[in-house]
Structures are given as structure tokens and as C-alpha cells.
Ligand binder design. Structure first.
Ligand code: DP6
Length: 345
């Protein structure tokens, strides 16, 4: 018997960052984190479990993939197979409109969609919380792409209680992420290796110890839709994470000259009265958060900053969800879909 299901998920941008693990294998994080799903971008995963045993197959945007990416998917599906008592191999077909090399963690959307699709294909009746826990085993930040909107990942003590939940739905606040792409090169050191290095930084214990307070302030700012309070805490947290990266052994420098130009410009624009704040993930591209009504002005001003190659934008998005198996054809995945506004320079 063939068991098949399809699901979609959005990537997320962290306001308070996940950096470093207490348990690397289970991806139990060193600190709590907070994020917003990005509704304009998405990944769709179709999983087909067969009766025969053997290696899993991974097809990304129509291209068959071998090596570490396939191995990571197989290791993830082994968890699902164990939970369901199924031994057969799987074929995973994943399509995404997240542009590669723009520093958006595509693994978050991919493993969130995969968790929902794989559980559905094997008839595992998992709650949203259990799906978030499962997605976390594939990629830490994937647990935050399972619930909708504005999301908090609670650290937890054990595997069973480290999960993400929705603090507010996407409709709660029309907050936009305007992404300044300054480089499209694949990063030299990926997040998984970066998490490993975090503990070698003398600043790491301080960042971890003070993260719960930053998450609480971030949660409050989001619930009150207080942009100024959000701007202050989000920028502080991003700078702290990059300070940890730069003081790790060996150090991780993700910034490029254009990164700094954007950071300084954002501070200037805010002093001039434009509501905008920056954050950065493990890469040189800068995410500019702003209320929806400021997004045009922010994108326009970014065009004047030397080194900004293109600008993407997204508002808040929903959680990971199952779609019909034919859904992949209907939404035309693999193409940039109309909601996403890409300004190429
Ligand atoms: C800097 O979730 O990509 O984007 O668990 O190894 O897949 P893995 O790491 P990942 O790490 C995300 C790091 C970050 C911050 C964040 O999204 O919280």
C-alpha cells in the first residue's frame, strides 16, 4: 500500500535568536527564541512511503539530491518511521519558492512541511505541539514554522517539552520583513556548525542567561503592537548573537561592508522618524522589520544603499498545514508566486 500526503510551510524570521544547543542530537536549544512566519514564501513537501525497504529518495525542485541533504531527511524520517512502526522507504518531493542564497533558513520551512506531511502519510494523529517537537529534530528553527503567526519556542527540559506555540495569529499585527539582499553566495559555515561553535565564545553564557528576559520583552512588545519596544530588543538580540559568532573559536564573521552600511542606515532612518528595525541571521543579508505602511518607504530607501542587490518582502504567515496531494500542481510551486514582491536591481 502506498501512503502519501502533502503539506506546506513558511520560513520564519527570528526576533530573538536560537543560537547554540544544550543537546545537539535532539536540537534542544540553549535559549528560548521568538519569530514570525513569512507568508509570502513557502515550501511544499509531498511524502510517499512505500512497502519496500531501502534508502529514501529526495527530489528538490524537480532535481534528485544525494549526499548530506538526503541523509538529513532520511535520519529525520527514521524518527517518524519509529513512531509509526513502518519500515518502508520514502520518496520526498519538495518544492520551494524561497530563493536560494538569500540567507533565509529554507530548512525551517522544509522540515516543518515534511513533519506534517510524513505524520499524515503514516496516519500519526499528532497535535500541533507534537508536530513542532517532531519538526525540531530536523532543524531547530523548523519547530517555529509549525504554529501560525508570531511564535515562541520554549526551551523545555527534555525532548517532549521543547516546542513552539503561537503567541498571536498572523492577523494580529501587519508587520513586514523587508529583506536587503547584499550577497547571494552560499554561506561558508552553516547554522549546524555555528551552533556547535557557540559555546566556545566567552560571551555565550551571558547571551543565554539573558535570553529569557529578551523573549519576555519581545512577546510583550508584539502583544501590545509596540514597535519602538520591539525595535530595541530585536536589534540588541541580533547584535548579541553576532558578537557570540565573532568571538567563537574559530570565529564566524558573516558581515560584509554592505551589511554595516544597511545597519547604520536603519539607525539613521529611525532617528529621522521612520519606524524600522534590523535583524540578521547567520549570513550577511539584513532583515528590516517595519509596520506595513512603512514598507514602501523602507524598500525605496534601501535602493539608495550601495551594495544592496535586491529586496524581498513578506508579511506574517500561517502555520504548517496539510494540502491536497494535487495541491502542488495547483499552486504552481517552483515559481515565485504573485504575493511575493521581488525588486531586482
Ligand atoms: C541564526 O534552525 O537553521 O537563523 O537546527 O542546525 O537546522 P539547525 O539550525 P537552524 O538555526 C537557525 C539559526 C538562526 C537563528 C534563528 O532562526 O533563530
Amino acid at each position: 500500500m502506498i501512503r502519501q500526503a502533502t503539506a506546506q510551510a513558511h520560513p520564519n524570521i527570528a526576533f530573538i535568536k536560537y543560537w547554540g544547543n544544550r543537546d545537539e542530537r535532539l536540537r534542544l536549544p540553549a535559549n528560548p527564541s521568538f519569530s514570525m512566519n513569512l507568508g509570502a514564501l513557502r515550501t511544499i513537501a509531498r511524502v510517499t512511503f512505500l512497502e519496500e525497504e531501502g534508502p529514501d529518495a529526495l527530489v528538490l525542485n524537480g532535481v534528485s539530491v544525494e549526499g548530506p541533504a538526503r541523509d538529513r531527511v532520511e535520519a529525520f524520517l527514521d524518527h517518524v518511521r519509529r513512531m509509526a512502526g513502518h519500515r518502508g522507504r520514502a520518496v520526498v518531493e519538495s518544492q520551494t519558492d524561497i530563493p536560494t542564497g538569500v540567507g533565509l533558513a529554507s530548512s525551517a520551512a522544509a522540515f516543518a512541511a515534511l513533519a506534517v506531511a510524513a505524520a499524515a502519510a503514516l496516519d500519526l494523529p499528532l497535535s500541533e505541539r507534537e508536530l513542532s517537537i517532531l519538526a525540531r529534530l530536523g532543524s531547530g528553527s523548523a519547530c517555529r514554522s509549525v504554529p501560525p503567526g508570531f511564535v515562541e519556542w520554549v526551551v523545555g527540559e527534555r525532548h517532549e517539552d521543547s516546542y513552539a506555540y503561537s503567541v498571536a495569529p498572523p492577523e494580529h499585527w501587519a508587520l513586514w520583513d523587508v529583506i536587503a539582499v547584499v550577497s547571494e553566495q552560499p554561506k561558508a559555515v552553516g547554522s549546524s556548525e555555528g551552533h556547535r561553535r557557540a559555546a566556545t565564545s566567552p560571551l555565550h553564557p551571558f547571551r543565554v542567561a539573558t535570553a529569557p528576559e529578551r523573549v519576555a520583552r519581545c512577546r510583550e512588545a508584539v502583544l501590545r503592537r509596540d514597535f519602538d519596544a520591539l525595535a530595541e530588543i530585536v536589534e540588541t538580540d541580533a547584535i548579541w548573537m553576532h558578537a557570540v559568532m565573532m568571538t567563537s573559536r574559530p570565529p564566524l564573521f558573516y558581515w560584509e561592508p554592505a551589511t554595516i552600511a544597511v545597519l547604520l542606515a536603519v539607525r539613521r532612518w529611525r532617528e529621522e522618524g521612520l519606524p524600522v528595525a534590523f535583524t540578521l541571521d547567520a549570513g550577511p543579508n539584513v532583515h528590516l522589520l517595519c509596520p506595513a505602511e512603512a514598507a514602501d518607504a523602507v524598500a525605496r530607501r534601501l535602493e539608495g544603499v550601495p551594495g544592496v542587490r535586491r529586496v524581498l518582502r513578506s508579511g506574517p504567515g500561517g502555520g504548517a498545514q496539510r494540502v491536497s496531494n494535487g495541491g502542488t500542481d495547483r499552486v504552481g510551486i517552483g515559481r515565485i508566486h504573485p504575493e511575493i514582491q521581488v525588486e531586482q536591481r
